[in-house]
Design a protein around this ligand. Structure first.
Ligand code: SF4
Length: 497
């Protein structure tokens, strides 16, 4: 019942434009869509809660369920830490058949005791999963009892996989910190320049690309929810003057509830692209001034923006001639579909298509503003359509998440990961330079010339020796081995025999 009530509350979230646009009846049905057979699906609600909370680096994250739930969600996003590494240790109660019959609450309690005795973390987050929710384990009660027994903050995260989509799980993760963490501690000191970042997960260290910019303005990131976060920072987040919502679809509920409970205003922004990074700095400065910070903050922000933009453009300039006229197919979702798009257009790349599958009406409006029309918006590109588009050379590179990488590789086209599993950090001024550098490296990688050479097979499926020799002659290779065993020599020896 609790979950149902929470779901209704989240579906009525006033900060979510997509939900607001729905009729009451449609809103009640939630955001999950039926997955069509054969299609790749996103994570479950539990996975979403883990994504939202696992970047809190100094706490233990304990998954109450079968071991595969932990394995499924462990460290799935390269969220980086500047210090503690406890968040990367996979803790699970690993329930078995007997627990399913008799209940897993005792096992959960014992696991909590073991973690606290061995690691003494400032807090433990306990994640509910499908099986333990279905057998009726009351993790709230166990966490409360353990918290009183051990004198530790033990936070139940009620987001079993069946509750809904990954995005819904992000929000349930947000509800857990709203209910049990935010507002439970006071910061060591307060300043008129304190902000929180909500929905920034420090993937591949992106937070460290933007933190120095805020620091240069004297703006303190009191807490980042939840990238590279410490428990005490999140617990004292209620003392910030302003909230910035970085990924609006993931934890907008945290921002709206903090506004209601603590009177903290929020704005939405993105760190991708030169223009958006500048707007984020300006937005933070403007709201801080409204909250009582000195007016000169706005002037200092403009100076910093001007200097940083000039520096970024100077570093991008050498790539512009190499990338001029190159066409990009962008398959990503939500806020990234316009923020990455803006970043790419800034560098002179042509966008042949962008997916809007997970975008809100607001996101689509932004895309239209950036591209001038909506003809290149694709709602739901199937793998085959993607493949055809790439094979017909309508694009020079595809930017997407890992799930569609094999479509690009099959079409022998360069591909770059811009989703959560990416290995490079693309935020801020530094990040856009890195993104352009990686696109350049991917497009001009010599491997593409080699893999596009037609195979030597003829129409009957035969491969005449002469054509194999010709073919192999066009492949760049390492120098012949001294022992004369390299493939081409053996082929030639065979041909003259
Ligand atoms: S759907 Fe359920 S069983 Fe599967 S990973 Fe998510 S929580 Fe675990």
């Amino acid at each position: 019942m609790w979950l149902k009530a929470r779901a209704v509350e989240i579906f009525n979230e006033p900060g979510c434009a997509k939900n607001r646009a729905k009729s009451e009846k449609v809103r009640k049905q939630g955001c999950s869509k039926q997955v069509s057979p054969g299609a790749a699906a996103g994570g479950c609600a539990f996975d979403g809660a883990r994504i939202a909370l696992q970047p809190i680096v100094d706490v233990a994250h304990l998954v109450h369920g079968p071991i595969a739930c932990e394995g499924n969600s462990w460290d799935n996003r390269h969220a980086a830490s500047s210090g503690p590494t406890l968040y990367r240790t996979a803790f699970t109660t690993d329930i078995n058949e007997l627990d399913v019959i008799y209940g897993g609450e005792r096992r959960l309690f014992r696991s909590l005791r073991e973690i606290i005795e061995k690691y003494d973390p400032p807090a433990v987050f306990v994640y509910q999963t499908c099986v333990t929710a279905l057998i009726g384990d009351d993790i709230d009660a166990v966490c409360k009892h353990a918290s009183e027994t051990f004198g530790k903050a033990i936070i139940p995260v009620n987001a079993p996989g069946f509750a809904g989509s990954k995005n819904f799980g992000n929000k349930l993760g947000g509800e857990a910190i709203l209910d049990y963490v935010i507002g439970t501690r006071e910061p060591a000191y307060k300043t008129p320049f304190d902000i929180n970042l909500i929905g920034e997960y420090n993937l591949s260290g992106e937070l460290w690309q933007i933190k120095p910019l805020f620091e240069a303005l004297g703006i303190r990131i009191l807490s980042c929810i939840s990238g590279d976060a410490r428990y005490s920072e999140i617990a004292s987040a209620h003392r910030a003057k302003v909230n910035m919502v970085v990924c609006s679809k993931s934890m907008i509920n945290v921002a709206t509830k903090m506004q209601q409970r603590y009177g903290i205003p929020y704005f939405e922004g993105s760190f991708y692209g030169i223009g958006d990074m500048s707007d984020a700095l300006r937005g933070a400065a403007r709201l801080l001034v409204q909250q009582g910070a000195p007016d000169e903050l706005v002037v200092r922000t403009e100076h910093l923006v001007k200097a940083e933009e000039a520096r970024a453009w100077a570093r991008i300039a050498p790539y512009r001639t190499r990338l001029d006229g190159k066409r990009v197919l962008l398959i990503t979702g939500g806020v990234k579909s316009w923020s990455v798009l803006a970043a790419l257009q800034e560098t002179g790349l042509e966008i042949v298509g962008t997916s809007v599958k997970k975008s809100t009406d607001g996101d689509k409006e932004r895309i239209k503003e950036i591209m001038g029309d909506d003809t290149r918006m694709v709602d739901n590109l199937t793998a085959r359509e993607m493949y055809n588009m790439l094979r017909d050379a309508k694009a020079d590179i595809m930017l997407s998440g890992g799930r569609s990488q094999f479509v690009a590789l099959k079409a022998r086209m360069p591909w770059l990961d811009v989703n959560q599993e990416r290995c490079h950090a693309y935020a801020g001024y530094e990040g856009i330079v890195e993104l352009v550098h990686e696109i350049d490296r991917a497009i001009h990688n010599p491997v593409w010339q080699q893999v596009r050479i037609p195979a030597p097979w003829d129409d009957e499926g035969e491969a005449p020796l002469e054509r194999i020799i010709q073919f192999s002659g066009r492949i760049k290779r390492t120098p012949p081995r001294e022992d004369g065993q390299d493939c081409e020599r053996r082929l030639r020896a065979g041909a003259s025999a």
